[in-house]
Structure formats: C-alpha cells, structure tokens
Design a protein around this ligand. Sequence first.
Ligand SMILES: [Zn+2]
Length: 40
Amino acid sequence: MYCKQCGKEINDGSSYCSYCGSGTGINWMTMFLAGTISLR
Ligand SMILES: [Zn+2]
C-alpha cells in the first residue's frame, strides 16, 4: 500500500510509514475487517 502522507510504497503489514514515520491508521482497520483483530 502507499503512505497517505508522502505517497511512498510501504509494507502492507506496517502500521506506520518507514519514510516519513506517519502512522497509516488504515492498517488497524484493515486487520479488523480481515478478522485478524477481534474486539473481544
Ligand atoms: Zn510516508
């Protein structure tokens, strides 16, 4: 996926950009939708 801040391509598993250090914010939601994270 791409960083929404700097546009660099970053690892899909990264919760933050390794270039600008900005948190993606969408990684958590992605895992949640995929069922990786359970609210319980
Ligand atoms: Zn970035």
